[in-house]
Each structure stands twice: as structure tokens, then as C-alpha cells.
Design a protein around this ligand. Structure first.
Ligand code: ARG
Length: 461
């Protein structure tokens, strides 16, 4: 049998392999809500403009609502022979209401239909992701507020650099996530135009009201160019770009959690709820959730790369290649959503080991910059000279295998005679972080203020 939706000019139906490669219903059935919502708006507009009779549109709308209820209840059977969500819905509508079902597709094509469905789906996804990123920010800001003054090592090149506070470190992620949310919202703002009514590619000769359907579907306005409307998948690409950057941030955080949770670092303990054991080594507590957040970032990047590659050679307007925009997108959004939830859970449960962190903060001559700064401030030495003197002192301490605070005043004065015993006060890690009061610096009072600012801001969002 030839296809019931488009088989007029065909003598036979498709080969089984043709059907398999062509069908998208296995994955686009998740667009059912968007598809029905779009059809209801389109039908209402067709009645309002007098293109269809009120009776036909009432029958169409009732039928669509019946289908919605049936899918919702899990009683609807999707058919591969009907290719995609659009034709599955329309075919079922025909079984329900007969001839009038065929009028729904007036002044519409699957090309503008699928573009509309995808925009509706992506828009919801952006809103949901934004909410989840905000929740992770909250989890981080709450911990930051609690540990605003907890000293830990700050690293560059993963080498001890200068002491910072745990709260400061966590708030760095809150800032990154804020930019991620900005990107999600930018994408939403730009994508919020309705392609419905572009029809196959050229618009339609029917007197449709695209402003009406755009408004009914919550879009700011209809898209302005019919060719662009059915060709454009930028809105998916922007979403995947924003999602990729966010997944990259989560992956960096996850990597740090993996490091921090090792017995060698010992900075944090993950809860039982977010750790796993080993089937052979009884002592193990593995940070699998963090590792998976780190690993799954690759899938999100893959979706972006896949879609960019798929789109890059397509002439205007619609080509069936574009059906390939869906699986990667659905997977990326679902993956990022899971990673956000897992990250928030891990952070909320995570217990820092303050003593271990503080001890580690003093390792690796992390207060050497404080010493150099003292030479500049008190002895009025140019910073470059102070850097050199401090370097020599570090060299001596390192050769002796001790910290800077363990050098005697005499040993220090051998390098720089003007050094007084006041200098020992700046070698402590607490003192070091307290002194970093410049705007955005790690001084506990700063961190506390920033944490409070975020908590207030997040309560408003
Ligand atoms: N299932 C198709 C997709 O997802 C719908 C659009 C089909 N349009 C067409 N001209 N064959 O892209």
C-alpha cells in the first residue's frame, strides 16, 4: 500500500529499509505535546480567518484533545509506517473524525510544523535547564556562605599557588553558572519567533494570520522570512553551545571533586548517597557521580559537533538531513539535566575536611607572595627585587626541607639584612587570605558578602 499521507503518485509502498531509515517516530514521539499544541493553534486560526468552518475546526480540536489524552494515558500506538509524530497524529485524527482531519493541514507543511514543534520543545528545555542551573548555584552559594573563611590551597598549574578559601572557590563556579544562565536566556530570547505559517518554504496563498498563531503559542512574533523559517536550526545550535559550555563547567567541578575526594588530597568527603563501592576492594569509596558528570560532557559536545556538521553543507531550505537534529538534542538536554541534578546533590552532601585543607594550604610555600609583598610594603623594595629575595629564601627552606616559617631570623637576614621578625606574621595562611581584601579577592569578609549577595539574588530569580 502506498503512504496514506503522501502516496498519491506512488504505486507501491516503501521498502522496509526505506521505512526504517526514514522513520523518526521512535525518537520524535516525544514532541507530541508540542505537535498537538501547534495544531490546536493552527486550527483555531483557520477558523478565525474563515479558511475552515467552525464545525470542522471544533471536530479537529476535539479530536486532537482526544489524541492528547490517549497519548498521555500511554494508550496510543505509534506506527513507523506513518514516519513521524506529525503524521501519526494526523492519521489518528482521521480515524476519529473522518474527512475534516484532512483539512487541518491547509496552509501548513511538515516543514514549518516540525520547526515549530522543535522550537516549543527547545524553549521548554531552556527554561528547565535555567531552573536547574539556578538550583546548583544555590547549592554552591549555601556551601560558600558556610565556608567563607575555610582556608584551602589555591592552585595554578595544579601547583600550590596562594591560599584561598573554600567559599571563594565554590563561588567561582556560581559566577560561571551565572554566565551559563545568561547564555541560555539569550538563546531563548533570540529563538522565540514562530515559524508556523511559512508552510513548505514559500508561505501560502491562504489568508492566514501568523501573528495570531505566534501569540497563541507564546512566541514574541512570527519569523519574517519563510525560507529561513524552515531552514533554520540555529536555535538548536545555540542551545547546544550553551549546554556544552555549561557541561564543560560541570566537568571541571567534577574533576576537582574527584581530586578532592582522593585520600591523598582528602579535602572533601562525598556522602554515601553519591559514592559507590568496589566489588573487590572493600575500602573503596569511588566518586562515580563526579566521574560520570565529567564523562558525560563529551556527549553534550558531541551533539553540538554532530549538528554543526550535519547543517554545514545544506542548501536552503529543508532537507531530510535535518531530521537528524533531534536525537542528539534530546540526549544532550537530558544528559545536562541529569548532570546538573547530580552535581547539586553531590555539593549539598559534600563535607569538607577543614583541617586537612588548611594544612594543605600551607604546603608548597604558598605564602611566598605574602613574604614578597611584606618586603615591598615595609622595606619599600621594588616588587621584582622582593620576588628575587623571596625566591632565595624559598630555595634555602626547600633545601632544608622546611617551610618558610621554620627559617630563623638570622637565616633570613643573611639574604636581606633589613628583614625583621615582623615578617613571621605574614607567613600564616589565615593571615594571607584575610589580607586579600581587594574587590573580588579571597578575604573571608569579601567571600561572605558575595555569598550573601548570591543567596539574595537567587531567592529573587
Ligand atoms: N520528520 C521530519 C523531520 O523531523 C518532519 C519534516 C518532514 N518534511 C518533509 N518535507 N519530509 O524533519
Amino acid at each position: 500500500m502506498s503512504n496514506r499521507m503522501w502516496g498519491g503518485r506512488f504505486a507501491t509502498g516503501p521498502d522496509a529499509i526505506m521505512e526504517e531509515i526514514n522513520a523518526s517516530i521512535d525518537f520524535d514521539q516525544r514532541l507530541w505535546r508540542q505537535d498537538i499544541r501547534g495544531s490546536l493553534a493552527h486550527a483555531a486560526m483557520l477558523a478565525e480567518t474563515g479558511i475552515l468552518t467552525r464545525e470542522d475546526v471544533d471536530a479537529i480540536s476535539d479530536g486532537l484533545k482526544g489524541i492528547e489524552a490517549e497519548i498521555e494515558a500511554g494508550r496510543f500506538t505509534f506506527s513507523r509506517a506513518l514516519e513521524d509524530i506529525h503524521m501519526n497524529v494526523e492519521s489518528n485524527l482521521k480515524d476519529r473524525i473522518g474527512l475534516a482531519a484532512g483539512r487541518l493541514h491547509t496552509a501548513r507543511s511538515r516543514n514549518d510544523q516540525v520547526a515549530t514543534d522543535m522550537r516549543l520543545w527547545v524553549r521548554d528545555a531552556l527554561d528547565q535547564l535555567d531552573e536547574q542551573v539556578a538550583d546548583l548555584q544555590l547549592a554552591l552559594a549555601e556551601k560558600a556562605d558556610m565556608y567563607a573563611g575555610a582556608v584551602m590551597p589555591g592552585f595554578t598549574h595544579l601547583q600550590s599557588a596562594q591560599p584561598v578559601t573554600f567559599g571563594h572557590h565554590l563561588l567561582a563556579y556560581v559566577e560561571m553558572l551565572a554566565r551559563d544562565r545568561g547564555r541560555l536566556r539569550d538563546a531563548r530570547e533570540r529563538m522565540n519567533e514562530c515559524p508556523l505559517g511559512a508552510a513548505a518554504l514559500a508561505g501560502t496563498s491562504f489568508p492566514i494570520d501568523r501573528h495570531m498563531t505566534a501569540k497563541a503559542l507564546g512566541f514574541a512574533r512570527p519569523t519574517a522570512n519563510s525560507l529561513d523559517s524552515v531552514s533554520d536550526r540555529d536555535f538548536v545550535l545555540e542551545t547546544l553551545s550553551a549546554a556544552s559550555i555549561c557541561a564543560m563547567h560541570l566537568s571541571r567541578l567534577a574533576e576537582e571533586i574527584v581530586l578532592w575526594a582522593t585520600p591523598q588530597f582528602g579535602f572533601v568527603k562525598l556522602s554515601d548517597k553519591f559514592s559507590t563501592g568496589s566489588s573487590i576492594m572493600p575500602q573503596k569509596r569511588n566518586p562515580d557521580a563526579a566521574e560520570l558528570v565529567r564523562g558525560k560532557a563529551g556527549r553534550v559536545f558531541g551533539a553540538l559537533q554532530g549538528l554543526l556538521t550535519m547543517m554545514k553543507g545544506l542548501p536552503l531550505t529543508y532537507s531530510k538531513d535535518m531530521q537528524e537534529d533531534k536525537e542528539g538534542t534530546f540526549d544532550a538536554v537530558q544528559t545536562l539535566s541529569l548532570c546538573l541534578a547530580a552535581s547539586a546533590g553531590m555539593i549539598r552532601d559534600m563535607q569538607p575536611d577543614l583541617k586537612t585543607m588548611k594544612k594543605a594550604a600551607g604546603l608548597g610555600y604558598a605564602t611566598a607572595t605574602d613574604l614578597a609583598d611584606w618586603l615591598v610594603r615595609v622595606l619599600k623594595m621594588p616588587f621584582r627585587d622582593a620576588h628575587h629575595v623571596t625566591g632565595r629564601l624559598v630555595g634555602i627552606a626547600s633545601a632544608k626541607g622546611v617551610g618558610l616559617e621554620k627559617l630563623s631570623l638570622a637565616e633570613m637576614q643573611e639574604v636581606e639584612p633589613k628583614i625583621s621578625d615582623e615578617i613571621f606574621a605574614v607567613l600564616g595562611v589565615e593571615r594571607s587570605v584575610k589580607s586579600r581584601t581587594s574587590y573580588g579577592g579571597t578575604a573571608p569578609a569579601n567571600v561572605k558578602r558575595q555569598a550573601k549577595r548570591w543567596l539574595k539574588q537567587l531567592a529573587k530569580d
